[in-house]
Design a protein around this ligand. Structure first.
Ligand code: MN
Length: 490
């Protein structure tokens, strides 16, 4: 495996990245390379290959350089001697905060179905703070899925389940079609190997069979479009993802002849006008199947997907599905919300955040209509209202009213931890027990084993009814035992 800077550098093309961008990327490359030096992955490769490929995936999405840099550095504070502060000093707050966000998200672990909602929340929480962290985490996880075979069997299943239950649905919600498709296929392969192999075999057979017809159609369509003065940006075939085909087959009693979009042809043109023109030209060339024309341009899918779809017969009677779209629609479909970050001319941070919030509100609305998310009632109520989400050091999350303090947190974890709270570390820094916590904080209560009970002063600052009651209960008990001891001595 080549790990020269060049493998990343070739993706940082001058139409998108400035010379300063490249210098900064090289600086991050050097830091990460040095920091991971000598570490190996389970596969035996140098560890640095992993952050490098993560960064390359982000570059493939043509995301801004600071996201790519955070991708290079994403495992540095957690897995090496180099601390977050060094990254902060060298690259500034923005990049350091992203790296920190990815590290925190890394503590999120899927621990079976009961944790499902909780984990989803954690992901959403991270997104709400900075969606760029989610892009990095997705690229990171994608590379881990690509190399999942080196991981022991029992761990593989857990990771695959996490990807199927959490990553893929969120990629879908964010309109990131490529990530959703790949996440599902990787997870499917490890979760249901028999079904996966069966579907994959079917798919390969289909591709072999339909391949020549597709090749022929690409040529015929290109010729016909240019005859009418339309120069498509691209005409290409695309194959359905395995898991998506599997689900569809289940809906059609495994009858593959009823699934028309196993292989589809994509026509990418310059503008919306050309989309409709191309549709007309296509229907002159081939016979459309009635009732199969879908106009997702005038009526986009809930996740924002836009394209024209039509199914036709070619002269041999082969059924072909076409998807017609502009380049913007194409990129939206593949990269979803990440596509919005691609061409922006240095947006102010506020602006970025605002736009992200708007997107999120849209997603929230859409969640309400989706069956799958209907179970997550709580999520909808709590999100962005007046709740904060605080992590324990091992990745559990507790949601509390905003303004809650480490004492509130401690009593939510366990009454004994509240009663014996002697101090607190917030994000690994010693802090006061009355410090208001913020969403995303990692809170570690320092327990004083010999502590008799709570301090009455805590009642002055706790925010939750729960903590207040527990403190009062404990104080009453301590008083009682004090008095009974006192009376006893008399
Ligand atoms: Mn990683």
């Amino acid at each position: 495996m080549q790990i020269a800077f060049e493998t990343l550098n070739v993706k940082l093309t001058p139409d998108r990245y400035t010379p300063e961008d490249l210098l900064l990327a090289k600086k991050a490359y050097d830091l990460a390379f040095q920091a991971h030096n000598g570490q190996l992955r389970k596969s035996g490769e140098p560890y640095f290959v992993h952050p490098l490929i993560t960064a390359m995936k982000l570059a493939d999405m043509r995301l801004p350089i600071e996201i790519i840099i955070a991708g290079l550095l994403h495992d540095v504070p957690e897995d090496t001697e180099v601390e977050l502060d060094e990254i902060r000093n060298a690259f500034g707050d923005d990049i350091a905060n992203m790296v920190n966000g990815v590290t925190k998200l890394g503590h999120v672990q899927y621990r079976g179905l009961d944790r499902y909602v909780e984990n989803l929340r954690k992901m959403f929480l991270a997104m709400a703070q900075d969606v760029r962290v989610v892009f990095i985490k997705f690229a990171d996880r994608m590379h881990n899925m690509e190399t999942l075979y080196v991981i022991p069997e029992h761990k593989r299943r857990r990771i695959a389940k996490e990807v199927m239950e959490i990553y893929a649905p969120i990629a879908n919600r964010l309109g990131m079609g490529e990530y959703r498709g790949l996440f599902e296929d990787y997870a499917f392969r490890y979760l249901e190997p028999k079904e996966y192999n069966w579907t994959k075999h079917l798919l390969e057979q289909r591709i072999k069979k339909a391949g020549p017809a597709i090749e022929k159609a690409i040529k015929a369509v290109e010729d016909e479009l240019s005859l009418h003065g339309i120069k498509p940006l691209s005409v290409h075939g695309r194959t359905k993802y395995c898991y998506s085909l599997f689900k569809k087959l289940k809906r059609y009693d495994d009858d593959i002849t009823k699934v028309y979009d196993i292989m589809a042809l994509r026509i990418v043109v310059g503008d919306v006008g050309e989309c409709y023109a191309a549709l007309g030209i296509l229907h002159g060339l081939y016979t459309p199947l009635s009732g199969r024309i879908k106009d997702y341009i005038s009526q986009p899918k809930p996740n924002g997907y836009q394209s024209l779809h039509t199914t036709v017969f070619d002269d041999q009677g082969t059924i072909l599905e076409f998807q017609i779209r502009t380049n913007e629609m194409h990129e939206e479909a593949e990269y979803g919300i990440a596509a919005h970050w691609r061409y922006k001319e240095q947006p102010g941070e506020k602006e970025q955040r605002l736009e992200w919030m708007n997107d999120l509100i849209k997603i929230q609305k859409e969640l309400e209509e989706e069956d799958f998310m209907n179970r997550l009632d709580e999520l909808k109520l709590d999100m962005f209202q007046d709740r904060i989400f605080v992590f324990t050091p091992n990745g559990d999350v507790f949601d509390l009213p905003s303004g809650s303090t480490p004492i509130d947190f401690a009593y939510h974890v366990h009454t004994d931890i509240g009663n014996k709270a002697g101090g607190v570390k917030i994000n690994n820094q010693i802090a006061n027990l009355n410090t208001p916590l913020r969403s995303g904080d990692m809170c570690e209560i320092i327990v004083e084993k010999n502590r008799q009970g709570p301090n009455a002063d805590w009642l002055k600052f706790v925010k939750t009814q729960h903590a207040r009651e527990k403190i009062r209960d404990s104080l009453k008990k301590t008083k009682k035992s004090f008095f009974s001891g006192f009376m006893g001595r008399k």
